[in-house]
Write a protein that binds this ligand. Sequence first.
Ligand SMILES: O=C(O)CCC(=O)C(=O)O
Ligand SMILES: [Fe+2]
Length: 196
Amino acid sequence: MKEYEEHMQKLAAKLMWLALGSLGVEEKDIEGAGISSDFRGAQAAIQLNHYPICPEPDRAMGLAAHTDSTLMTILYQNNTAGLLVFRDDVGWITVPPVPGSLVVNVGDLLHILTNGIFQSVLHRARVNYLRSRFSMAYLWGPPSEQMISPLPKLIDPLQSPLYPSLTWKQYLVTKATHFNQSLSYIRNYPSSDQIS
Ligand SMILES: O=C(O)CCC(=O)C(=O)O
Ligand SMILES: [Fe+2]
């Protein structure tokens, strides 16, 4: 498990740079925002999910629809389908397991950091009536006291940032009250002091 975590940590930092680099963000932009460019001090948790066989999947909850409160989540799923993501134009679509591959979810904090350019994804998991399913989520985020705010480079110069500056800890408090509405709740709040 420790080895898996070490690999995931390196992969997360690499993926983060692929995502940010694609937006023209450079190391100095990240350092300028007070974040170490190698994401030193990042915090992570591994969540193991097990979905036993269910004779009536349509009447069971599985994992309720949510967005991850992370910067990024790297998800392994065994070869039983069950993960669904929500696309505005089509609705719920299955993310089929592909052997040897991992799923990467944009989390709410990356959504905030990129001022909504990379949007966190609403997803849920269904149970299966033939096979049990398990998944392993590597939930990756910043140090808990690190301020996260939209990167100045990604803010339209004629507009204010869409989200306030806040720590992961503060965001989790908001999420515990506002659940899937949290991002819209904090949107356009000038300061995290006013957030509850
Ligand atoms: O089991 C899955 O595919 C989804 C797991 C998940 O979304 C989570 O652990 O946050
Ligand atoms: Fe999730």
